[in-house]
Design a protein around this ligand. Sequence first.
Ligand code: BES
Ligand code: MN
Ligand code: ZN
Length: 540
Amino acid sequence: MGPGGAEALPLVRLMRGRIASTVQVKAVNSKVVALGIGSGPDGLEPGPGTADAAVRYGIDFAATAERTGFIGKAGETLVLELPELHLGASPWSGLAPTVLLVGTGGGGPADHRQAGAKLARVVRGKGQVAVGFGSESPRVTAALVEGYLLGAYQPVRYGLAAEGVGKKRRAQAKPAAPGQAQSTGDLALVGSHDRTAVVRAQIGAAATAFARDLVNWPSNLKTPASLADRAVAGAATRESVVARVMDPDELAARRLNATLAVGAATWQGPAADPAGAPRLVVVSHRPEGVKAAPHFVIVGKGITFDSGGLDLKPNSGLATMKTDMAGGAAALAAVLAAADLALPVRVTAVVPLAQNSVGAASYRPGDVIEIGAGTHGAGTLVEVGDTDAEGRLVLADALGYAVAEEEPDCLIDIATLTGAAKVALGNATGAVLTRDSTLAARIEEAGEEHGERWWRLPLAPDYGEALETPNAELGSIGQPGWGAGAITAGLFLERFAGGGRWAHLDIAGPARAGGGHDWSPPGGTGFGVRTLIALAERLA
Ligand code: BES
Ligand code: MN
Ligand code: ZN
């Protein structure tokens, strides 16, 4: 991979000692030092490192900041480029010549995550930064590092590279040209930071970056085959992880009919492309030597491009639909992170992969598909209400597979499922649908720990009537007039979730950042990855 992406995340170094003795450029190898200033009831509250550094530099940083109107709000920054003296030596000669004051607000983890993310943006192109704040507690350290690494992420940039004379030019990641987007330097944490907290934050941020890379990957390159390859490659580098890819023949043998129907236009007919054919990927982390480890199964929607199918989307809706596999990416990333953390819990991702395209072989509105037949018993006959409601169909197959084959102790599905969830909750909140209040609370807590907000929508049984159809046992979409599109989608999925501990997460809003945030550039955000990891930790 070229510039940007998960491969290019900054390193984090721990430097014991007080900031005052390490701000020398020679000692810390950074030309930038970042100091924290919080806001308390009596105004600005410089952190301990800041007070130390003030003595060393001979500058009252808090008073200087106050003069500019700095109020210590989380993520606020003030860059001080210290002047070179005309004659003689300044008190700061030999010290880092750029001092960055960063607001840490009330001083909690969320404020430090925000501060870290903003810091990562402000120091782009400035090389390694020495940070003198945020060592109050392991949670604060973790949040600061998490924010910094999330904010440092930049998407892979593609360029056209000729592969030999006369060969087809192919889109490839290429090294950054001079003057192109500058990257964030490494992070040197000065003070007494908790190493375990740093490592956890690094693993969570790297997993998020991995998911972002998959989401940002263009759909001409991101086929069910190539996405499955990436899952297999991720498993190959981790001893505790095994991956299995089922091809269309195996899907047919297992009667995963809905996935085959959704992917039909890419798979069958005159325009058939073997790489575009649907697949089911199962990637599993099995902790070694842990008896009776609980099994956490995550089903993630993996639509590599959602055109809507014959119910074609309007152009405005199409533009972002390479991101319709964000749930699948989150599921895969969480399993790989569980392995990196060596969690004593089994974690399995089940990802149905298909492209929802238009063609002679497309499935149609009004088609009736048997879902959930598996190896034993009859399935449910489902009438396709709209070919653009493809996500719930592939998820129904995958949930049925998970229940029949994986014996989950906890089953979660995660998907960019409905525009309705995005309308209800916007771009920074995921929807939780479950009848299990304990599980809902755990999801909210897990998200809260990592800056991901979730909100519960009711899985109201009386809305189930909306899914009735005269033509089959179940309709795939709510009838007109019922509204509550995110809820009826959840009720549809519940029919295939097996009746055990289960929750559905709809990330149609937060999976993408349109304009970008401090913690994510525009494009895939990797939302949900860190919640899933934290949930796995809680199940262990
Ligand atoms: N992938 C979309 C949902 C989506 C919309 C995600 C916008 C992110 C942003 C999904 O497959 C879809 O098209 N859902 C339809 C369902 C409808 C036809 C019942 C929707 O929400 O409009
Ligand atoms: Mn769709
Ligand atoms: Zn979709």
